[in-house]
Unconditional design. Structure first.
Length: 449
């Protein structure tokens, strides 16, 4: 509970003089301008942001709004995305970041403190390892890795380089979610033993891609980076790469990581003993490879279970929310939806507590669902760098939560129920499944620590 206490103290100190916590929520008058006044260290942390077409654009904007940092470089292989982001960041922070299409060159800058990585999944670990070796800290969007082996490399990197790597599962820093998990651990519903998580959306088909010339605005070779080379097709970039195993990790890691992480946190579990999955590409017939409908079941040695229901092509909500987690316990139930709020019920299904939040969160906003609340996570990252504060989401925990989703995908792809070593998360007695523990890399791009 020490980490939770430190985070609670940090949030309280951060808000002093800026706003007052209310019983029904946090920061009811928090506006787009007010979180720019959140104070941290006097010296600004210098950042490079890699991958700014969608989520990275939102992150660059949010980092630029923080008074104790400066976005120094914008790194993107798409010239259009870079120009748009640079113009936006310049307006927010009143200084213009430099365009550096190859992020590796920004790491040569001794004044640079950290790299923010929001590039496609296949780039997450290779970029994070290069930044770590260059002596930089890393803010790493979820999922922290493309495959389990890469997650293990991240954990090893932090031990070797002693830098800070925070995963972008920002709900770990949302004040009311933190309160909910603390209450869960304190026994408000008794021992929780089952966590149901979900995500729903109505994504359109991506069609059948055609081989096409690489657009002049795109450095496709650098976009592929560590992934073995494939020809350019017209339905890949920018978002659809999520649905190809070669570059992406599917909906379970794209969005499931958030809620499965909350479930793992709430149940206080690490590695599982058994993982199974059912689903497939059911809605359309196109190039989409990963499941659009998937149910993952994850069992743990302490007699607890996490389930994840992913529906990429049917938006019907659960408990009124398109994303969320429900904890079922010995004496009641806790429901956390997509926002910074929660409800608690007793065993007669009576609502006994409700904590609301007035800040709007839109889980279906692909790039920026919760900008104001996410500022807490960014400030926690800065506090860890400057003051040694405990991270809300260190890479050890980030790897464990990401791994649960990856094991679900391996179970799905092999059609097997996986038996797992509860000590390290590795698959037991299944060489075929272990082939998906890592991937092939473009020659010369193999990640290493």
């Amino acid at each position: 509970m020490k980490n939770s206490s430190n985070r609670r103290k940090f949030i309280k100190n951060t808000l002093t003089g800026a706003a007052v916590l209310s019983f029904g929520g946090v920061l009811p008058s928090f506006t787009a301008k007010s979180y720019a006044r959140i104070l941290g260290a006097n010296e600004r942390i210098q950042l490079a942001v890699m991958g700014v077409n969608s989520r990275g654009f939102a992150l660059a904007s949010n980092f630029a709004a923080q008074k104790n940092c400066e976005v120094r470089y914008i790194c993107d292989v798409d010239k259009r995305a870079a120009e748009k982001c640079i113009a936006n960041v310049a307006q927010i922070q009143n200084s213009t970041p430099l365009a550096q299409p190859d992020f590796r060159k920004s790491l040569e800058d001794k004044q640079l403190d950290a790299l923010v990585i929001a590039a496609p999944d296949h780039w997450h670990v290779p970029a994070a390892l290069l930044a770590s070796a260059a002596g930089k800290h890393v803010y790493l969007e979820k999922p922290c890795s493309h495959n389990p082996h890469e997650g293990e490399l991240l954990v090893a990197a932090v031990k070797k380089y002693k830098n800070i790597i925070q995963m972008g599962n920002q709900r770990r820093s949302w004040p009311n979610i933190l309160s909910a998990i603390n209450e869960l651990h304190a026994g408000i519903i008794g021992r929780p033993y089952y966590a149901k998580t979900w995500y729903t959306n109505n994504r359109p088909p991506i069609g059948v891609g055609k081989t096409a010339p690489v657009p002049e605005w795109l450095d496709y070779d650098l976009w592929q980076g560590p992934a073995p080379r494939r020809e350019f097709k017209d339905n890949l970039i920018h978002y659809n790469w999520h649905w190809f195993w070669h570059w992406g990790t599917g909906e379970s890691l794209n969005n499931g990581t958030h809620m499965i992480d909350l479930a793992r946190w709430g149940l206080q579990v690490d590695y599982p003993t058994k993982v199974s999955s059912a689903g497939g590409r059911y809605r359309y017939q196109d190039d989409w490879e990963t499941p659009d409908t998937q149910n993952i079941t994850i069992e743990f040695a302490n007699k607890s279970t996490i389930s994840w229901e992913g529906r990429s092509c049917n938006p019907f909500p659960i408990e009124g929310s398109t994303v969320g987690v429900i904890f079922y316990g010995e004496n009641g139930t806790m429901v956390i939806g997509g926002g910074n709020s929660y409800k608690v019920y007793d065993h007669k299904n009576n609502l006994i507590k409700e904590v609301k939040n007035e800040i709007k969160v839109d889980p279906n906003n692909l790039s920026n669902p919760s900008q104001q609340l996410d500022a807490f996570h960014l400030q926690n990252f800065f506090a860890a760098i400057k003051n040694g504060e405990s991270l809300a989401s260190d890479i050890d925990g980030g790897h464990k939560s990401t791994l649960l989703c990856q094991l679900g995908n391996i179970a799905q792809r092999t059609g097997k129920t996986l038996k797992v070593d509860a000590q390290n998360g590795r698959i037991l007695n299944d060489p075929d499944a272990m082939k998906l523990w890592t991937r092939e890399y473009q020659k010369g791009w193999e990640p290493k620590v």
